[in-house]
Design a protein around this ligand. Structure first.
Ligand SMILES: NC(=O)c1ccc[n+]([C@@H]2O[C@H](COP(=O)([O-])OP(=O)(O)OC[C@H]3O[C@@H](n4cnc5c(N)ncnc54)[C@H](O)[C@@H]3O)[C@@H](O)[C@H]2O)c1
Length: 340
């Protein structure tokens, strides 16, 4: 089978996962990593013995990769995405594809012009619980009536993990996963959003973004969803994030809890509930629903299959998250138009 030469752009907390998965994929040679930060480049080349570049164009000129992962901060996906697409290199872009629908459309237009494929790493679609819910809903003869989904992070994520929190929001960072999963579950598009939000706790620490946003989203099939995304859970919470889903259909009630996956660890400091299904390692192999979409990207290129989540999914998710932000600002419901 053909081996693909890959590269990763953005080698922070999440880009490292792409690096490690590529290093283990037998159909891939990791050619190089690009990151703006000198210290990051030094650590990456030392740990993974891979060539690093500060300049993306220089890396693309020198390495001519067959596929590229983009894991730059939420608001900085457009430029590297266009740079790769213009060279007809298929890309896997971390969620959200972009923080505005306009940027997503630019990516889609460029991809059409250069006949290049774009995948989005909406990794929750590979969560075993999400797959079971998706299959249940697809096989059901009933219809969905109401849904609830929350995804929240502990306050350390916006205050300590990132330097770019001001340019994102809990809805861009977490809500993009929620709206993608809900579109996938519903099999149709959102028509209207009403949302309220609070800027208080993070603002008091000099970070200009929302602590919390609550949204009500109506879908074409008539189902209404409540979505909650917060970035200010207490640091002592048992996991970095919290997430629950509840779906009421004409046939059943589904509940999922992604906070507690069944493993609890207690030490002298606190109780923790690690997500053993996300990234796990055994016998020298990394696996889990964090690794699956990266391996799937490679499989889809080699075997010429459709990507599980593509740029259109990224655009439709961004239309919803953009409408959520607009609704919070205008304090009015915002309609979402179908365009595809
Ligand atoms: N951290 C998570 O839990 C997580 C989970 C899923 C998805 N993601 C997504 O992954 C993306 C990256 O997040 P992260 O957590 O790794 O952030 P991060 O801040 O840890 O890393 C971003 C890296 O990108 C580099 N960078 C910025 N602009 C660049 C550019 N133009 N060219 C090359 N390098 C550049 C930075 O120097 C930094 O090393 C985001 O879109 C995020 O939503 C993160």
């Amino acid at each position: 089978m053909k081996t693909l030469k890959t590269a990763v752009v953005g080698a922070g907390i999440y880009g490292v996962n792409h690096i490690e998965v590529y290093l283990q994929n037998p159909h891939v040679t990791l050619a190089a990593v690009c990151d703006l930060n000198e210290e990051t480049r030094r650590k990456i080349s030392e740990k993974y013995k891979v060539k690093t570049y500060a300049d993306l164009q220089e890396m693309l000129d020198a390495e001519s990769p067959d596929a590229v992962s983009i894991a730059t901060p939420d608001n900085f996906h457009l430029e590297p995405a266009l740079a790769c697409i213009e060279r007809e290199i298929p890309i896997l872009v971390e969620k959200p594809l972009a923080t505005t629908a306009e940027d997503c459309r630019k990516i889609i237009q460029a991809a059409k012009k250069h006949n290049t494929r774009v995948a989005v790493d909406f990794h929750k679609r590979w969560d075993p619980a999400a797959i079971r819910i998706y299959n249940l809903l697809r096989q059901s003869k009933g219809y969905p009536i109401r849904g609830y989904m929350n995804m929240d992070d502990i306050i350390d994520v916006p205050t300590k993990w990132f330097k770019w929190t001001n340019t994102s929001s809990p809805v861009d960072f977490l809500g993009s996963h929620c709206v993608d999963l809900i579109r996938w579950y519903m099999g149709c598009e959102a028509t209207e959003v009403y949302a309220v939000g609070t800027k208080k706790l993070l603002a008091s620490q000099g970070i200009d973004t929302y602590d919390n946003i609550q949204s009500i989203i109506t879908f074409e099939n008539g189902a209404t969803w409540t979505v909650e995304n917060s970035w200010v859970l207490p640091s002592g919470f048992a996991k970095n994030n919290d997430g629950r889903t509840s779906i009421l259909t004409s046939e059943f009630l589904i509940r999922a809890d992604s906070q507690d996956r069944g493993l609890q660890i207690f030490d002298s400091q606190k109780q923790s509930t690690p997500n053993v299904y996300f990234f796990n390692e055994f016998n020298g192999k990394i696996f889990g629903f964090g690794a699956d979409p990266i391996n799937s990207f490679i499989d889809c290129i080699i075997n010429k299959k459709d990507f599980v989540a593509c740029a259109i999914d990224g655009l439709e998710a961004a239309k919803i998250t953009e409408a959520i932000h607009l609704s919070v600002e205008t304090k009015t419901p915002v309609k979402i138009e179908r365009e595809i």
